[in-house]
Write a protein that binds this ligand. Structure first.
Ligand SMILES: [Zn+2]
Length: 465
């Protein structure tokens, strides 16, 4: 009998990892689905530091749904600890992975250097840029819908998950105890209401489904309302004479915000004179999205193409890409009329902090929060209405207006998850992964109301296929 073991992303939204042990041809074959980084706090650091050597030695193949670090971020550690087999992913994921993992190694090296200097320690990073290069060399890219043969007689097919560039739903045909079992892993499912990505593909056949449940407890606001709210904040900032600061998530959200700004610009509704994209990583990802725009939603791009007369550089003519530190610092001299998109998304580092230093104490500034802010981050403190915050070692009064615009999300909301689950015809068994416990319980009840049975697995649970 083949089995599946839940090694991560159970009762949490990060650290995705599932071990598939296949008995297909009388021999045991071990395959890994995802190898994600745990994110947030000391417990996550400890989980990330656990050696992967024993696992690496047994594995014959790795399958990856998409490039986000909570799904891919421990791959270089797996390789550092001895893995030399193929990493199967989609073509666009292979390209995005290069940017994601290089940045992760870069940030780790910087953090460790800082820690070692100030706490007089000699810690080593989880992996280095060399481990990242070794990892990228193992990637085997595939198109959507193409069957791929894996060890043990397993067949893999990627389907478009509509979440970020290259994201996939993973479909696996697995021999188990003399019969074929059909296993589907949703990966992260996209929000059909969001722009640029296509809608997640619906599947109809499966024996067993692992489904993400990040937003299992709620629906998102409709996009039109969200956009109206966004446009009003921009107008208000302009009337007040201040700058707009948008802490940016480099992949997906930034490109989506740039899209909406482009549409507003071509409608003549954008009053700001300049938009800065002030994050080297977000710039690289935006350029990749532009290069691979054939993979994106054609209808959304048509709107831009018509407006920009087919020239991508004209989508948003007032956009300035600031790569160097000097260019970034020059933005500090602008006291109003600019939109600054800068990382990091949760304000726990990056160039956004420097812009806070110059703008947060001004009542004319508008801070627009467009993504999830984890507990304990500076972004969360701002969302929660903190009157004073510490930025780069300096206490600042928060005089700026902080707006949280919750409607931009790259994840399916509850109704979409239930709709996606309901499309399977033969009543497969569902396992909820990638969600916080409360969201999972709410989704489990809502699925039950729709006649769908779903289990919430525990860490290290092993199920027969
Ligand atoms: Zn994701």
């Amino acid at each position: 009998m083949s089995t599946l073991t839940f090694q991560g992303a159970v009762g949490e939204v990060t650290g995705s990892r599932y071990l598939l042990e296949v008995d297909g041809d009388g021999r045991q074959h071990a395959l890994l689905l995802e190898c994600g980084l745990h994110q947030g706090g000391a417990e996550a650091d400890r989980a990330n530091a656990k050696p992967l050597g024993a696992l690496a030695k047994r594995l014959e193949a790795v399958v990856l749904s998409h490039g986000h670090l909570d799904h891919s971020g421990l791959l270089p550690k797996l390789v550092r600890d001895g893995y030399r087999g193929p990493i199967h992913c989609t073509r666009d994921t292979a390209e995005l992975l290069e940017i994601m993992l290089e940045d992760a190694a870069f940030v780790m090296a910087k953090d460790i250097e800082f820690e070692n200097k100030w706490r007089k320690r000699a810690d080593k990073p989880l992996y280095t840029i060399d481990d990242v290069a070794d990892t990228l060399a193992l990637c085997v890219p595939h198109g959507y819908g193409q069957p791929v043969d894996l060890p043990g007689g397993v067949t893999l097919v990627f389907r478009d998950a509509g979440h970020i560039l290259g994201s996939a739903i993973v479909e696996l045909m697995v021999p188990s105890g003399g019969r074929q079992r059909h296993l589907v892993f949703s990966g992260d499912l996209g929000n059909p209401g969001s722009v640029l990505m296509k809608d997640p593909e619906t599947l109809h056949e499966a024996d067993l489904v692992l489904m993400e449940s990040t937003y299992g407890d709620r629906d998102h606001r409709p996009l039109e309302e969200t956009l109206e709210e966004f446009a009003q904040v921009l107008d208000d900032a302009q009337a007040a004479g201040g700058n707009v600061l948008i802490p940016a998530f480099a992949v997906g959200r930034t490109q989506e915000i740039l899209y909406h700004l482009s549409v507003l610009y071509h409608e003549g509704r954008l009053k700001q004179q300049v938009v800065f994209l002030d994050s080297p990583m977000a710039i690289r990802v935006t350029e990749l999205y532009n290069r691979l725009r054939k993979s994106l939603n054609r209808d959304d791009l048509k709107v831009l193409n018509v407006a920009a007369q087919g020239d991508p550089s004209q989508y948003l003519p007032i956009l300035r890409l600031t790569r160097s530190v000097e260019e970034s610092m020059a933005i500090n001299r602008i006291h109003g009329g600019a939109i600054v998109i800068a990382g990091a998304g949760m304000c726990n580092g990056g160039r956004i902090l420097h812009h806070f230093r110059y703008n947060l104490a001004k009542p004319s500034t508008r801070v627009v929060i467009v993504g999830f802010q984890a507990a304990g981050t500076l972004g969360r403190a701002l969302v929660d209405g903190a009157e004073r915050v510490k930025v780069l070692g300096e206490e600042l009064p928060v005089k700026a207006k902080v707006h949280t615009i919750g409607g931009f999300s790259a994840h399916a909301g509850q109704s979409e998850l239930i709709g996606w689950a309901g499309a399977f015809r033969n009543r497969p068994l569902f396992y909820l992964v990638h969600g916080e416990p409360e969201a999972q319980r709410v989704l489990q009840r809502a699925l039950a109301d729709a006649g769908i049975d779903a289990e919430i697995p525990d860490f290290q649970d092993c199920i027969p296929l």
